[in-house]
Ligand binder design. Sequence first.
Ligand SMILES: Nc1nc2c(ncn2[C@@H]2O[C@H](COP(=O)(O)OP(=O)(O)O)[C@@H](O)[C@H]2O)c(=O)[nH]1
Ligand SMILES: [Mg+2]
Length: 436
Amino acid sequence: MTDTIFALSTGSYRSAIAVIRVSGPKAIESFRLLTSKKNFTPRQGMVVTLADPVTRQTLDFRALALVYPGPASFTGEDTVEFNLHGGRAVIEGMLRALSQIPACRAAEPGEFTKRAFQNGKLDLTEAEAIADLIDAETEMQKMQAIGQAHGALFQLYSKWADILSTVLAHQEADIEFPEDDLPGGLTLTLKPQIENLRREIYEHLDDNRRGERLRNGIRIAIIGAPNAGKSSLMNALARRNVAIVSEEAGTTRDVIEVHLDLGGYPVILADTAGLRETDNNIEAEGIRRAQTAARDADLKIALFDGTLAEQDADTMKLVDENTLIVFTKSDIAKKQTPGIRVSSSTGEGIDALLKQITAAVAQVFRSKPGPVLTRERHRAALTDTAYALDRCLSTQAPELAAEDLRLALRALGSITGRVHVEDLLDKIFRDFCIGK
Ligand SMILES: Nc1nc2c(ncn2[C@@H]2O[C@H](COP(=O)(O)OP(=O)(O)O)[C@@H](O)[C@H]2O)c(=O)[nH]1
Ligand SMILES: [Mg+2]
């Protein structure tokens, strides 16, 4: 018999309300024990006084309890939600009382959602989307998570799995009842479907990793010579003093990062050590880190000191098509420079620069419509699927073609956790009238 699990579902201690959720075969009994009520109205808030079943001590007064009998609950099991007063002692007392009910224990991280998956309430991509929604810090992260939670990926992958399983069924039938001596491998009439599917998968994979980048944040590195004004610009963009500013060259050594929300996109902005030749070991390590940050960045902001006649050659070497070129210290620069001019001292050009950065970031995500894969896990499984289809299309043996289709289905099914090849074959052959 499964354990009954419970956990505090709301955030940290001390809030107006705290929600404790209980799920499993003993959930309804826990409601009865703690409230001394015999009856309940399903899915309707009930005002209750909670008392420790053993000591009869009051745990909370005028709490709210909701009972969701399974399977019509999030986990699919009997579930009870207690809305308590959010004080530390109330919560601790309640958790202790629950832990003393036999076969009840504290839930492990993610265990409610795991049970929802195991009971067929959602697929793995939807479960991952719930985690992403809870972690979402910006609007676009939220929208991506909601799209996935609504089953955007699940529907796409299920559609592909249906195509694959139908083709596989026909291939199996052709092996069982071969028609004359047609060429080997995948049956000719089935080929176009697999070629289309394979193309769709490769197009879906060719997405500039934007789903993963949106989950993890877009990396932007500020690079430039010592004293170009990198740390000053970082502080101006972040609107707070995160990096030390000094006229002493070589002040910044570690890569300093701030998280920004630009137009709903999550951005990790990194200030780096100035690029130059140095004998100082610590500074040299800082410069190595700056170069790594520049290499890993989705976008670079290359700073040139607007008061200098020459543009720094080390910085110039790192400029590519994903680089914004910015001239600093416009308040004291005499020379008229082309491109973006900013002053971190007066704030001139900072808003314009922010707009340009936001536009460049939005550009990264501009793309064809349709659901986006959001995890390396999805990418790896889809790559396996596509490779299996490559092999399926090139083999000369019908049995090997069928085996490759089966491998493709299995890889695809591992993304949603829903498709099991054997179940599918059973299902398909049941309405296939093969015993004719
Ligand atoms: N007048 C003026 N001075 C600036 C500006 N930005 C930076 N500085 C000065 O330039 C020096 C180097 O700045 P810092 O931000 O530490 O440069 P970093 O080495 O590239 O990080 C400091 O003395 C700053 O006060 C600016 O926009 N205008
Ligand atoms: Mg600096």
